[in-house]
Design a binder for this molecule. Structure first.
Ligand SMILES: [Zn+2]
Length: 115
């Protein structure tokens, strides 16, 4: 089964939360983003990070942090679309969407801390 780039980014983010460091140098093999985790360098692009990240269960805090990150980036995307949107119906849908993202963010624990 092929993993989407989104999944890979998710896994990379998960690894970073588990203490991995993103490296500035791209992978010599495929040019992908590399991370150093537990003393080893892994490519987030051509390696299967799900094994490294492990499925031993992300903590609730990990998941909350991930959801926050996703919501914030989605809000940014929606804001960009809204800026360019001329159609009033679509504007309304976008603002409703942003409102739900915002409500969800408000419900997450650790409010007030910058992500
Ligand atoms: Zn690679």
């Amino acid at each position: 089964m092929g993993r989407s780039a989104k999944d890979k980014m998710k896994l990379a983010a998960e690894l970073v939360r588990k203490g991995a460091t993103m490296l500035a140098e791209p992978c010599p093999q495929c040019g992908g983003i590399q991370v150093r985790f537990r003393g080893k360098v892994h490519c987030t692009s051509h390696e299967d990070l799900s094994e490294i990240a492990g499925t031993e269960g992300a903590s609730f805090g990990d998941v909350v942090a991930m959801v926050k990150g996703v919501l914030i980036s989605k809000m940014g995307e929606a804001a960009h679309s809204l800026e360019a949107e001329k159609d009033l119906d679509r504007q309304q849908r976008l603002t409703a969407l942003m409102n739900s993202y915002f409500e969800l963010l408000e419900k997450l624990p650790g409010k007030g801390q910058s992500p």
